[in-house]
Write a protein that binds this ligand. Sequence first.
Ligand code: ZN
Length: 364
Amino acid sequence: MKRQIPEEVERLKGSKVEKSNSEPGTSVFVIWRRRLLRHLSTFQPFNLSACALLFLAACQPPAAPGLSHPDAVPPGLERIDGKAAFKILENHLAAGPRLAGSDAWKKAHEDIAARATALGFQVKTDRWTLPRGRQERAFVNVECLLPGKEPGLIIVGSHYDTKKIASMPKFTGANDGGSSTAALLHLMEVIAADKPKWASRRSLLFTFYDGEEAEVAFTEGEGDGLFGSYRQVRNFRQAGRLAEVKAMINLDMIGDLNLNARLYGHDQLQELVAGCALVNKSEAQFEAAGRDGMTDDHKPWLEAGVPALDIIDLDFGPRNSWWHTEDDTLDKIRPESLASACQVTLRALWSLSHPEYQIRGTPQ
Ligand SMILES: [Zn+2]
């Protein structure tokens, strides 16, 4: 990850206001909603529920009785433990750089599959090869399904591969690829502990992507990088299953000592996750950033017309100077950041998985 260089990130940050102003009403709406949610967070539970219903009536697509919203407490929220997620990350990194074909790469996807199977997820390991230079390169995606009783599927993604950097043989990507992988594995533990409640809703598909990192440099479309997510979208399209996917949420680089995540992608998903962050009292760590401006594993889904969002903090170290360097190590990861990312994501998943939660632009 990713294509943006620090100067580009600064430029994107600078253009954010201009972007929101280009959508009439959006910026006013977002400000109003934020004010309301800040106000709500100080209320007692009874008033909170009443005001949340008002919020829903005004802000959300047609609400139905019992509809989940950012204020609903998802099952398992109290079990989220940043230190537990950190331990998973330590284990994930222990074998070294997860480069294609290496023992560490093999161990990584085998461990993910084993953990998911032990938690009761239905695990599919998708293996394929592509000609890369003079050789065939092997790729492995791991898809972990919690089948729901209701139609529709929510995909949660993270890449687990590490960037190959010839001059940095020790690069293991504690934050870039590691942190989000550990977060997903921890979320799966939390959800598995409350399986009947989660399984009563839409299905959840936790996906660990291979080949997110470009071998040389990212190129648009299916050139270099995002191999795993393009593969998954192609599989769904070929199976005629794109319309099943109601939303896709991708996590990347969410373990920073100073979490400062941006939300890129589908507008309603930005609003939902920003709302979840407010309710979680994590609003300082998550900020809507616009539809475009980030190339990550959510992008192939956006291109396919599926509502998708990337949660990423591409501001890692002073002026992003730890990104894609040997400074991307465990000591730059804060368990509290992992916990915050897990809490906000779990809250969003609880809304998204509700069978009556409508997402604008979902393929019919
Ligand atoms: Zn990267």
